[in-house]
Design a protein around this ligand. Structure first.
Ligand SMILES: Nc1ncnc2c1ncn2[C@@H]1O[C@H](COP(=O)(O)OP(=O)(O)O)[C@@H](O)[C@H]1O
Ligand SMILES: [Mg+2]
Length: 281
């Protein structure tokens, strides 16, 4: 790996991590010098700093066990920060319990599409809006989310357990949007999905970006995810080892060797597909 490819945004450079707002006053996610891990065990995430602006998709790559899920769980408050802070604009989230972080605007869609199988699609969605003020607001938001996920329309009265794995994944993401989040954390949303559904999920990620959400997406499937990302972070042993624009990363030899190699059927050196090409797959 060439030295200039390393640490484009090193973990300790605070000024790069603080990019929380845009001209409209919308606020993004800020993670600063975060250290976290599991109870009774050494820290897994070390000195992690990153930001995701409204309308931006940041992809997190890393091998199994690198700390990607731990990072998302720390942002959403499932795990607490041992050091450092997580904020939404000026509002500090770290230290709050997970339900308050969700109510403050962070939706975490965990690995493994955990929908409630015995409930209807609509009721699963309503549950996702539990933090909204009133039934009227929940029903309004339900209509708005169905607008973003038109594929859910014909399934609304079906029990969620009768949907295919990919359809449940779509429901899990849609449920995350029911709380009107500003930040959406997606943990391996493509895992186990057929190519056509992977393309649908990525299409939804694109629509969420257009709607102004700040999106942090953890994915193993770099070849398909990179064309939809604005920036990419690579995590190794709980630290950011490489970061940059998605275009820079797609042409980085380190990324090509590690993430765009034979397993996904492309040869190293072959350019990553554009967003348009990827949509056609
Ligand atoms: N519940 C847990 N308790 C203790 N250690 C865990 C737990 N979950 C994950 N780990 C450890 O944390 C490290 C990072 O795991 P994880 O964040 O799940 O990685 P990734 O999502 O990148 O595959 C691994 O070493 C893993 O063994
Ligand atoms: Mg994981």
């Amino acid at each position: 790996m060439a030295p200039e490819e390393r640490d484009v945004i090193p973990g300790r450079r605070r000024s790069r991590a603080v990019a929380p707002g845009d001209a409209s006053g919308a606020v993004g996610l800020v993670v600063e010098d975060v250290v976290s891990g599991y109870r009774g065990a050494p820290s897994v995430v070390h000195d992690m700093s990153l930001s995701v602006a409204p309308g931006e998709v940041v992809a997190v790559l890393g091998r199994n066990g690198a700390g990607k899920t731990t990072l998302l769980s720390t942002i959403s408050g499932v795990l607490r920060c041992r050091r450092g802070r997580v904020a939404l604009g000026d509002e500090q989230l770290s230290g709050m319990p997970a339900p308050r972080i969700a109510a403050a605007g962070v939706a975490h869609v965990p690995e493994g599409r955990r929908v409630i199988p015995g409930m209807s699609v609509d009721d699963n969605l309503r549950l996702g809006g539990y933090s909204l003020r009133s039934r009227t607001v929940i029903e309004e938001q339900l209509r708005s989310v169905i607008g973003l996920f038109p594929m859910l329309e014909p399934w609304r009265r079906r029990v969620a357990g009768s949907l295919s794995g990919g359809e449940q994944q779509m429901l899990a993401i849609a449920r995350g949007l029911m709380g009107k989040p500003r930040v959406v954390l997606l943990d391996e949303p493509l895992t186990g999905l057929a190519p056509i559904l992977r393309a649908e999920v990525l299409g939804v990620v694109d629509a969420m970006r257009t709607a102004g959400h700040a999106i942090l997406i953890v994915e193993q499937n770099a070849a398909e995810t990179l064309p939809f990302a604005d920036r990419v972070l690579v995590i190794h042993e709980g630290r950011i080892t490489l970061s940059g624009s998605a275009a820079e990363m797609a042409s980085s030899s380190a990324i090509q060797e590690e993430y765009l190699g034979l397993p996904i059927g492309r040869t190293a050196g072959e350019p990553c597909p554009t967003r348009e090409e990827s949509r056609r797959w």
